[in-house]
Design a protein around this ligand. Structure first.
Ligand code: NIG
Ligand code: FE
Length: 419
């Protein structure tokens, strides 16, 4: 018999309908397609119908009779949130560096002295598969409790073929075992190993000649990402790495213009990246080129907050026609949070986004940023039954009562996983 779930009579159902074909830009980012007193029917894990409760009751009376019911009165229902940029799989924490930064040391000073990404690389290299799996699984469990039903996960704390593969294998296994979906990105070019700092070219060659072909051959990633930053990888090295990935079917992503302006946004447009992420220091010209080429700007205001830096110019990007998504950048150095809801608050309060734009940025545009908008990101018939139910009567309340977890229940593929 079919498994049917009836989420009934929510004060608002935010459907995000109509944005599955292409990411929402400009005014379309404020177009949430809200249904008041709305209901959702899910059959065998997929959405069957979404609409005003009165309509569903008359059209699907028999189906509703045999359904399991969740009473959503007074609540706000959204597509399960999507986090399109995380460093999920890693070992350890770096609260010591946090304390150093509070005393005035910068993120790059700490990294150049052998801490930062290098510290997490050492811990991740030392950790075996089971330890990494256990630490990362716990994070996925937490993501669920915050309403997130799909995450992207990057490698990049291995920096050798063996350890990069280990990170990606952990992500793959978690995707199979855990109900939350994990989409993988290879990020071998996350840092130049410390002992090769003065001569990075052989490492760049290894990423291109050894790692990318093996990762692609083993089908361990969909995307290929590079930390294009002064003192890490140059735009030229980044371009070579991203072009090499393309030859092996890996879609380019890029950590762009995070700490200093470095023409990362321009590079993203030029290589046809699906997204450019961070963009705190993106130039006007880079923003223009991203808009022209439809590169999604994945903004990570948690990183600006935690590094006490200037926030990305989301308002300018949206007005210029860049489709914007939001993400936690969850990682132990620059953004140790798993709360996409807090990121939504920052989007409004620190980057001038409207609450509507922010919701688009964590649902349908986030889905586009990881190439999954055909199955997640909106509540429309045929899509996955991934749903967050918030204990607030309207979507404005999500960013009004800030720093709180508003999740009441979470449904993944039609199954109640939280609440
Ligand atoms: O997205 N910028 C590079 N990578 C991460 C931080 C990684 C770390 O500090 O461990 C980021 O900010
Ligand atoms: Fe990142």
């Amino acid at each position: 018999m079919a498994e049917i779930l009836y989420i009934a009579n929510a004060s608002q159902v935010i459907t995000m309908k109509g944005h599955s074909d292409k990411p929402a830009k400009k005014e379309a980012m404020r177009d949430l397609n809200i249904i008041e007193n709305g209901s959702v029917l899910i059959r065998n894990g997929k959405i069957l119908a979404v609409g005003p409760d009165s309509e569903l009751k008359s059209e699907y009376a028999d189906t509703i009779d045999s359904a399991k019911k969740i009473d959503a009165r007074g609540k706000t229902v959204t597509p399960g949130l999507i986090d399109p940029h995380t460093h999920l799989v890693h070992a350890g924490t770096r609260e010591n560096e946090y304390a150093m930064r509070l005393q005035g040391k910068t993120y790059m000073e700490i990294m150049n002295a052998g801490g930062g990404i290098h510290a997490t690389t050492r811990a991740t290299q030392e950790a075996d598969f089971d330890q990494l799996y256990a630490e990362s699984k716990k994070r996925l469990d937490t993501f669920f409790t915050y309403g997130v039903t799909t995450v992207e996960a990057k490698s990049g704390y291995g920096l050798t073929l063996e350890h990069e593969l280990k990170q990606l294998e952990v992500a793959k296994q978690l995707n199979e075992d855990h109900q939350l979906d994990v989409v993988s990105t290879f990020m071998g070019a996350h840092a130049v190993p410390l002992d090769e700092k003065d001569n990075p070219e052989p490492f760049v060659d290894r990423v291109i000649q050894e790692m990318i072909p093996e990762v692609a051959e083993k089908n361990l990633a969909v995307f290929n990402d590079v930390f294009c930053e002064r003192g890490v990888f140059t735009p030229e090295q980044s371009r070579r790495i991203l072009e090499a990935g393309k030859k092996h079917g890996l879609i380019p992503k890029i950590h762009a213009d995070e700490i200093e302006p470095y023409a990362g946004a321009e590079l993203a447009a030029d290589v046809g990246a699906i997204s450019a992420d961070h963009l705190l220091k993106a130039s006007d010209e880079g923003i223009r080129q991203m808009a022209e080429k439809n590169v999604i700007g994945v903004l990570l205001p948690g990183t600006a907050f935690f590094l006490m830096a200037e926030f990305a110019r989301a308002r300018r990007m949206i007005d210029a026609g860049v489709p914007v998504a939001l993400s936690t950048d969850a990682n132990p150095g620059s953004s140790p949070t798993l709360s996409l809801q807090f990121i939504m608050n920052l989007g409004c309060l620190k980057m001038g986004m409207t609450p509507e734009e922010v919701l688009t940025a964590v649902t349908v545009n986030a889905a586009h940023a990881i190439g999954c908008a055909d199955r997640i990101g909106s509540l429309e018939p045929g899509k996955q039954g991934d749903i967050a139910i918030f204990d607030v009567p309207n979507h404005l309340m999500l960013s009004y009562n800030y720093g709180m977890n508003h999740v009441d229940q979470v449904v993944k593929n039609g199954e109640l996983v939280v609440g």
